[in-house]
Design a protein around this ligand. Structure first.
Ligand code: HEM
Length: 394
């Protein structure tokens, strides 16, 4: 198993890599499945290692230096057990299948409003700003029990945060993360003041009650609110946009989704597998670990490429093909991570995607391309920033 290679197999900063990382992942999977990047991080591209590492309880996130994003250590995403357990407990009941039935109805209402405006304007729309963002942002505000203030500010701060969470952020990107964290913290404090003045049912009230009982600190309330603001629309927006993009490019997939309800879950899972929104999760070793023949010392950063694992041909034959009929009985995709930090919002994410895909295909047949697609991929996030479409039947 090779570790050192003359060329950088995973050139995270290279525009060609960011445009299409999958050929690079494929090469690394063959040449060095356990790869020490020139950036000093260990990179994993095979399903076998990635899925094992997600469940390795010896790894830490709490001890990773988050730099200006360090307030996220006060959220589940940045904490190890036992603090993680309390932070996760504060969230779980808001994201159960039963709870999500309610948020599904909210998402439907916000989508119906958005579609009414789109139809009035003639049926052409930007899937990012006219559908994905309003539906996901307004729904997560309902869930938190906060007014939908500063929609554009939340979006910009989330984008700046995401851009700075890559493997090798520039000075400008690091400064952007610092600004975004300050912005989120001020916004969260403002919403907390509003809630204390006139309580509304929702996640925020429940976090404040936990603070009152001494189960959470104020920093943990703010950290959790910041996390939910960001994850409540970022990846899920990309799932919705990637799905609508596939429907526009492959009307047969939209027709299959519309005509056969039994196929719908598999189509959503295949969208997540083929263009996994979050490319990797990051962990640090606390003790030496051995992967294959390679010993990795304590204190090393691991870049665990869930997106590369989702394209491993050992597990997903012909992996670049969008094939919603593939046999997934051997292994599931890893787009939601797994283990202790596995995505808390995955039931909600699937439900909101289902609301959008079902409503658009059933009411309008599907969607057609209406202009050039604009991409904003970083090494961390696969993103479409502008997707012009037209409702098929208009
Ligand atoms: C398609 C949509 C989504 C994708 C692909 C996604 C992906 C992920 C991934 C990969 C992680 C693991 C991070 C890690 O291990 O370091 C994660 C964690 C998390 N996600 Fe999601 N997510 C999505 C939607 C959501 C939504 C809608 C919410 C809630 C509103 C949410 C809440 C969370 C939370 C709270 C965590 C941290 C869990 C923990 O550390 O215990 N996610 N997500």
């Amino acid at each position: 198993m090779t570790i050192e290679t003359p060329v950088d197999l995973i050139p995270f900063d290279d525009p060609a890599f960011r445009a299409d990382p999958y050929p690079f992942y494929a090469e690394a999977r063959i040449q060095a499945p356990v790869y020490r990047s020139p950036l000093g991080v260990w990179v994993f591209t095979r399903y076998a290692e990635v899925s094992k590492l997600l469940y390795d309880r010896s790894l830490t996130v709490e001890q990773i230096e988050f730099g200006p994003a360090s307030p996220l250590h006060d959220s589940a995403l940045g904490a190890d057990a036992p603090r993680h357990t309390a932070l996760r407990r504060a969230l779980n009941k808001w994201f159960t299948p039963k709870a999500v039935q309610v948020w599904r109805e909210h998402a439907q209402r916000h989508l119906d409003d958005a579609l009414t405006g789109i139809v009035e304007r003639g049926g052409e729309f930007d899937a990012v700003m006219d559908i994905a963002y309003p539906v996901t942002f307004l729904t997560v505000c309902d869930l938190m029990g906060v007014p939908p203030l500063e929609a554009i500010g939340v979006r910009q701060a989330t984008y700046d945060l995401g851009a700075g969470l890559g493997t090798n952020p520039s000075d400008d990107e690091v400064a952007g993360v610092a600004d975004a964290m300050h912005w989120f913290s001020r916004h969260a404090e403002h919403l907390i003041d509003l809630n204390l003045a006139a309580s509304r049912d929702g996640l925020l009230s429940s976090l404040l009650e936990m603070e009152r009982l001494g189960d959470l600190t104020r920093d943990e309330v703010v950290g959790t609110l910041t996390l939910i603001f960001a994850v409540g629309h970022l990846d899920i927006g990309y799932l919705i946009v990637h799905g609508l993009h596939i429907f526009a490019e492959h009307p047969d997939v939209a027709a299959a989704y519309r005509d056969d309800a039994a196929l719908r879950p598999a189509i959503v899972e295949e969208v997540l597998r083929v263009d996994t929104p979050e490319q990797f999760v990051t962990r640090m070793t606390t003790t030496p670990i051995t992967i294959g023949e390679v010993e990795i010392p304590a204190g090393e950063i691991l870049t665990i490429l869930i997106s590369a694992a989702n394209k491993d041909p050992e597990v997903f034959p012909n992996p670049d093909l969008f094939d919603y009929r593939r046999d997934n009985s051997k292994a599931k995709h890893l787009a939601f991570g797994g283990g202790l930090h596995g995505c808390a919002g995955q039931v909600l994410a699937r439900a909101e995607a289902e609301v959008v895909f079902r409503t658009i295909t059933e009411r309008f047949g599907g969607v057609r391309p209406a202009g050039p697609v604009v991409y904003g991929h970083t090494d961390f996030i696969r993103s479409i920033t502008h997707l012009p479409l037209t409702l098929s039947s208009i």
